[in-house]
Design a protein around this ligand. Structure first.
Ligand code: PRP
Length: 211
């Protein structure tokens, strides 16, 4: 039997993904060792391999078949736009993609002004402003601490993830518009879905019973 390979997004989602796999009887002790620099882990018994990758790289590994299965946030799936099947909402990592800014920036959205939008998600922002809101904007790509942008005057608003809302609150910003709800999803390589259909379906069924 060939190995089925999982690509898991590093960071916030990884812990919950490993906990879920553990509930299914899929354990990978080596992976929990925080000090380890090892990148790939094998469960010989179940013929499974796991690796941790940067979130935005997970759909890439899955599209090219370097991983059969991936677990990653819906935000990343939307932003990357890779050819993969999204097969399951895992229900954790729940948050929202929003347009945020100081309350007074709400008018700029209503009047469709040419504003600057800072974001880690330029494709999602472009799609929302151009195709849904029909508002022309300048998109500025940042790599983190997006909430800074309107505070220091880089942009009028941001497109970013809101979970508890505390980052916004502590920085005097607010949600101006909700784009979509987000959560962790399981994605599958399109060829693997055909070639390993039984094994993958079994994993999906098992996961569904736990959710
Ligand atoms: C994310 C997001 C917000 C924050 C939202 O950033 O970009 O800044 O979490 O969470 P909250 O609503 O619970 O405050 P993250 O911590 O992942 O780091 P980043 O700033 O480097 O993107």
């Amino acid at each position: 039997m060939r190995y089925l390979t999982f690509a898991l997004g590093k960071g916030r989602l990884a812990k919950q993904t490993l906990a879920l796999l553990e509930q299914m009887g899929i354990t990978c002790e080596e992976m929990k060792d925080r000090d380890s620099r090892k990148l790939i882990f094998v469960n010989e018994e179940l013929r499974l391999k796991f690796f941790l990758a940067k979130g935005p790289d997970v759909p890439t590994y899955v599209e090219y078949g370097a991983a059969d299965i991936g677990v990653v946030g819906k935000d990343t799936i939307m932003e990357e736009g890779r050819k993969v099947y999204e097969v399951l909402d895992l229900g954790f990592g729940k948050c929202r993609m929003c347009i945020c800014g100081p309350a007074k920036a709400g008018d700029l959205l209503n009047h469709k002004e040419l504003i600057r939008v800072a974001t880690k998600y330029p494709n999602i922002a472009k799609d929302y402003f151009y195709n849904k809101k029909h508002q022309t904007v300048d998109i500025i790509k940042l790599n983190g601490s997006i909430e800074l942008a309107p505070i220091v005057g880089l942009s009028e608003v941001i497109v970013d993830i809101v979970e508890t809302g505390s980052t916004l609150r502590e920085n005097g910003l607010t949600v101006l518009e909700e784009i979509c709800p987000l959560s962790a999803r399981m994605i599958v390589n399109q060829v693997s879905m055909k070639m390993e259909n039984e094994r993958i379906k079994k994993i999906i069924t098992q996961l569904k019973q736990l959710l």
